[in-house]
Ligand binder design. Structure first.
Ligand code: LMR
Length: 423
């Protein structure tokens, strides 16, 4: 009998050994990230981009914010080495993000009950939070339906079960609060409830302040851990109003996790800039949480990239630059709202009438339109309108010069099907 290495080598040369990764199937492209590629290769001049969640101004451009450009120039001038920085955070980033999230007046930063680390974007923070949950013995992450398409994969990869509960009321375009509350009332200490900060993705439908307080009180009474994914802070009603959910939960529950993304509100998408904030029951518990967050980061990616965080730290460390950034962010927020109104006004002039006028009142970049995957495909193929297969639109792709065309395309796609159904 030949020794195994000979057998293996000879069958390899005969082309008989299956490839080592033969058990891995080909996967479909990411349902959101691939939208950009498909849009780029569409050469129809009237194409409309309602796909990936990036801010576009009225000219269809994703600008570098002026405060970001100014801070970046300062960072580059000051930088004289690329040696490692402390893995917890570049100086001035993590603590300033906690202040932005929890408020200038919060006594949490001074109480020692905060653990905070810089992460590669909001997604990095979600990944570390999943590891932390698994290490703590949490079994299930509970999410309202629908949620961002990457939430389930992130927590499943961390070895947690995912359970969906009601959230969106598709008939009204608002929250099914009775259904959501009833499901939340069943949760216990083995569960995490994943909530969205302002600007729910993909629906644009947020809990009201009263509803937030009710859910936070239930969390305190039932003892489950709330995890708030905050990716659009400032883009619904401004920085303070949008932080209501964070501050209400922080006041009511003993322990809380917050993922914070700087992709949208600082326009730093490709710089992968974010943070994971943990509120512990006591300073000792916060220190334990932060030590695990750092350990998980080391395990996954060692430490977050510095560039975007240095820019944010520079902005938040300079009152003048911070004021400029706040004012640019407010302009973006008003522009998004204006685009919502444009769409609602234009749709009201079509056969769709006021049946979608809820897009006017929703928050942030996204609304979920009642379109099937087949209809969204038809919107792309027939009308050159690109959106997620779920019917999610990013309203930032709407402009004064394309909104009537878009409303007409939406109306004809929806009405065609209604007529076919009633024929
Ligand atoms: C989106 O939902 O479009 C953005 O958050 C981009 C992403 O990573 O999915």
């Amino acid at each position: 009998m030949q020794p195994p290495f000979v057998r293996r080598a000879s069958s390899f040369f005969a082309g008989e050994t299956p490839p080592l990764f033969a058990n891995l199937p080909l996967l479909p492209a990411d349902p959101i990230l691939d939208l950009g590629r498909v849009f780029a290769i569409d050469n129809r001049p009237h194409k409309i981009n309602l796909g990936i969640g990036v801010y576009l101004d009225e000219q269809g451009v994703t600008p570098i914010m002026a405060a970001v450009a100014e801070a970046e120039a300062r960072v580059e001038t000051a930088e004289d080495t690329k040696a490692y920085l402390p893995p917890r955070s570049v100086p001035g980033f993590a603590d300033n993000i906690a202040r932005l999230a929890l408020g200038q007046d919060s006594d949490l930063p001074g109480s020692g009950r905060l653990g905070v680390i810089q992460t590669p974007g909001g997604c990095g923070a979600l990944g570390v939070s999943g590891g932390l949950m698994r290490r703590s013995g949490i079994k299930t992450v509970v999410m309202g339906t629908p949620t961002w398409s990457n939430h389930r994969p992130v927590y499943t990869a961390a070895g947690l079960a995912v359970r969906m509960i009601p959230y969106l009321d598709r008939a009204t375009g608002g929250v099914d609060f009775a259904g959501y509350r009833a499901a939340v009332e069943q949760l216990g200490p083995d569960d995490v409830l994943l909530l969205h900060g302002a600007c729910h993705n993909p629906t644009g439908v947020d809990l009201s302040p009263e509803q937030i307080d009710i859910i936070a009180d239930i969390a305190a009474a039932r003892g489950f851990l709330p995890m708030i994914d905050t990716a659009y802070h400032g883009l619904a009603h401004g920085l303070d109003a949008d932080a209501y959910i964070l501050r209400s939960f922080a006041q009511r529950v003993p322990e809380l996790l917050i993922s914070y993304s700087c992709s949208k509100n600082f326009g730093l998408y490709r710089e992968r800039t974010g943070a994971l904030i943990a509120i512990g029951k006591s300073p000792d518990r916060a220190a334990v949480l932060e030590s695990h967050m750092l350990d998980l980061a080391r395990e996954f990616y060692s430490m977050a990239p510095a560039h975007g965080a240095l820019i944010v730290a520079d902005i938040l460390g300079s009152p003048e630059l911070e004021a400029n950034w706040r004012s640019e962010l407010a302009t973006m927020q008003r522009s998004i709202q204006a685009r919502r109104n444009l769409l609602a006004d234009a749709l009201e002039k079509t056969e769709v009438g006021d049946s979608l006028s809820y897009v006017r009142d929703q928050n942030g970049m996204f609304s979920l339109l009642p379109l099937s995957p087949e209809q969204t495909q038809r919107m792309r193929d027939t009308h050159a309108v690109h959106m997620a297969a779920s019917g999610r639109i990013n309203v930032c792709g709407i402009r004064a010069d394309n909104v009537d065309y878009l409303a007409g395309a939406l109306a004809s796609t929806m009405i065609e099907d209604r007529e076919m159904l009633s024929a």
